[in-house]
Design a protein around this ligand. Sequence first.
Ligand SMILES: *[C@@H]1O[C@H](CO)[C@@H](O)[C@H](O)[C@H]1NC(C)=O
Ligand SMILES: *[C@@H]1O[C@H](CO)[C@@H](O)[C@H](O)[C@H]1NC(C)=O
Length: 678
Amino acid sequence: MFFVLKLTVFFLVVSNIGVTTQGKDVDFTCYGFGGAKLSLDGIAQITSNGLLRLTTDTKQTIGHAFYTNPIHFLNHSSTGSTSVLSFSTTFVFAILSQYSDLSGHGMAFVIAPTRGLPGAFASDYLGLFNYTDNGKLTNHVFSVELDTVRSALFNDINDNHVGIDMNGLQSVASTPAYYFENIGRPVNLTLVSGQAMRVWVDYDGVHKHLNVTLAPINVSKPALPLLSKLLDLSPIMEESMFVGFSASTGSVPTSHYVLGWSFKLNGKAKELDISQLPKLPHKRRKPAILTIWLPIIASALLLVIVVGTLIMVRRKVKYEEVLEDWELDYGPHRFKYKDLYMATEGFKHNELVGIGGFGKVYRGVLPISKIEVAVKKISHDSKQGMKEFVAEIVSVGQLRHRNLVPLLGYCRRKGELLLVYEFMPNGSLDKFLFDSSMPKLNWVQRFRIIRGVASALFYLHEECDQVVLHRDVKSANVLLDGEMNGRLGDFGLAKLHDRGTDPQITQVVGTMGYLAPELSRTGLPNPSTDVFGFGAFTLEVICGRRPIDPRASSAEEQILVDWVFSCKRKGTILETVDPNMGIKYAEMNEMELVLNLGLLCSHCDPTERPTMRQVVQYLEGELPLPDLSSLGLLASGMTSADREGFLEVLNLSYPSSTQKKKTLSSPLVSGLVLSGGR
Ligand SMILES: *[C@@H]1O[C@H](CO)[C@@H](O)[C@H](O)[C@H]1NC(C)=O
Ligand SMILES: *[C@@H]1O[C@H](CO)[C@@H](O)[C@H](O)[C@H]1NC(C)=O
């Protein structure tokens, strides 16, 4: 904390009387700056222990400190010529960035025509110039910069260099910061390290030569300078100049200290005795991670949390399902919507395998068990009756028969019910019957399918605990498993239609052409209405035609059962067999049996139809089929009233054009003929 300012008496005298002639040697040495003749501006301060602190931890600021007295570098000889006097200076500085891993801006030793540098900018401009005056010859500013930021603006070589500047920040000479060890080996220095370092600036006015030397504080002046340049300072120098320091900060708060300074005009500045220098503050530098990265990381984290929450909310909405207390008992039969969503890849269109009367069917693979399933999406709007329906679905789901498509479970969502079935790789039977691109089934396959469906219906009607009516037996509801076994699907679903309607009047459920005629009157399904549907299905499979085919070649053939019956009466029943199948002699008996059984099941008098138990027995050959001609009732039982009822139903199914109505009315004639044949 010493301050020694030595001015020769001569200088004091000259200075005081303001004479600006040569021979006024300025010579001072400062160990700390308490009480020194310094002009400070910006945020420059002298600390309590005498350090000159040009800047402190403030962003975008400037600090200047100039030796208060002017210095007269110009020497006017008696011959009228003017030269610049030699000078030498040495100072100890330290630059501390607030963050150990981020660099602030640097500082400079300056010779300027004023004690401050008005209009100068902070950051890259080091408090020396601004963008309008930078580089102008009228500045008359010489500086040695200790720059810790690479400014592309001034073609800086790196972010740790020493440069000689004349009137601007584009250095006339610059070099990375290093010093030469005694043996001549260069050792790099980091200006912003916070370590005190020493700089020597020596100008030889005679040879117009400038040397700048840098070394760590504990190293005496290296023999080799860092920068050595022929330089004429005469364009810079005005009659009276000021020497001092300038520093600036940018976005990274940085402190610039000068610990000691000695200067001599016309001679060699006194070497500083480092033991006399004030101590630098022991500042713990915060790693940038805390003050800069932490907020960034924190906001990134916040963003992640917000985005994550949004995603989770979206997921929750996406996978939202309805689960009520009463459903908890159905544990194993309840599927998670998310699992079904994953299984069907979000109910993707190309997983759609069918659109049925109840809804769309998607193929899928369950995520964990990898079981292949078919998911049927049924939209429903009423909550009412859902509990009963689900109870029924679950109980139906417990039914197991090798000719039923296993119902694995269900899932509920708002407005949606999803039923999960075992996937049947070969799809529905109607494709094989009516799609010309599909391979044709032979008799053995068809017969097995018919027997399979019969045994499934028998199981539903009689063998399981409750009587389950299918109510929609048709080829589209028969699926084929991997071995081409027919499996009845959609059982129990018909109940879905009943819900919400007057329980006294049950809606007619099923598909036109498979509906027993009495249904149109009574609307009451019973096992024999399923038998009627089975009859229509049987004829469909064996003839390869739909029960009602408005496009059939002749009016007679439009209603399949009528056509088969009329052929039977003509004794040509086998002509109704699907021509795609071909008839083998050995199969003729079976075919005839099945055709007759189909007719019997299609009897319009429900009491005349066999039960499913009998159907199975006929098909297995355990019971002989009654002789239809002896019955004769088939025709007589079909009263014209029944026929009309039947046709009303038909017309309902094709109500769009009168043309069709007309065509469809023609079977009425055949029906009359049929009934007239008794
Ligand atoms: C730049 O500094 C000069 C003084 O050297 C001043 O007159 C001028 O207004 C400053 N320019 C700006 C843009 O501040
Ligand atoms: C010293 O710094 C220079 C450039 O600044 C670099 O090329 C060199 O590798 C450094 N040397 C050592 C030993 O770090």
